[in-house]
Ligand binder design. Structure first.
Ligand code: E4P
Length: 213
């Protein structure tokens, strides 16, 4: 399983990229709005920093609008992936992008049929939102496992991005359940590195080292 970072904050992206584990970035309109910057300018900054897939979401609700927006986004850099919501209009747009060889990430996936349809329309990625399912008392991880099984059984090449990740256990379980990618907030990425025994071990080694005469 690969790691994407789920943020539009350029400092977080640079910090995560320096760790050498970053395969891509996902953004969404809420994350971009928090930054208070021009969307296109920020995408230029991100794509200059990260060579992997950078998901940029369209906000139009009709296919024609999504296609026009997505073409503009894709023109910003070759590694832009157009993020499209899972709707009837979204599927039409995904098919059009697929015909144009523009990569897509179908977002707001909450059941397996949505993922299968997105894949068949030509999506490069599908993003099941684990945390938001957990929030309403449904098991988000079961959805990842089901999609992975269906894609495997039918030899579907669309990659599964485990999204709406809230804590480190989501990451481990997403990897075990067949997600190709986990897109994680910076806070969770930092949590993945930490273990109290690692910290204690470092402290003890340093203390012993400093006792030398
Ligand atoms: C993924 O592409 C989304 O941007 C993100 O994971 C949504 O996470 P949230 O449910 O924490 O807002």
């Amino acid at each position: 399983m690969k790691f994407f970072i789920d943020t539009a904050n350029i400092d977080e992206i640079k910090e995560a990229n320096a760790l050498g584990v970053l395969a891509g970035v996902t953004t969404n309109p809420s994350l971009v709005a928090k930054e208070g910057v021009s969307f296109h300018d920020r995408l230029r900054e991100i794509t200059a920093e990260v060579s992997g897939s950078v998901s940029a979401e369209v906000i139009s609700e009709d296919a024609a609008g999504m296609i026009a927006e997505g073409k503009e986004l894709a023109a910003i850099a070759p590694n832009i992936t157009v993020k499209v919501p899972m709707t009837l209009e979204g599927l039409k747009a995904v098919k059009a992008f697929s015909d144009l060889n523009i990569k897509t990430n179908v977002t707001l996936i909450f059941n397996a049929n949505q993922a299968l349809l997105a894949a068949r329309a030509g999506a490069t990625y599908v993003s099941p939102f684990l945390g938001r399912l957990d929030d309403i008392g449904q098991n988000g991880m079961d959805l990842v496992a089901t999609i992975a099984e269906i894609f495997d059984r039918h030899d579907i090449k669309t990659e599964i991005i485990a999204a709406s990740i809230r804590h480190p256990m989501h990451v481990t379980e997403a990897a075990l359940n067949g997600a190709h990618i986990a897109t994680v907030p910076f806070k969770v990425l930092a949590q993945l590195v930490k273990h109290p025994l690692t910290d204690q071990g470092i402290e003890k080694f340093l203390a012993d080292w400093n006792k030398q005469k």
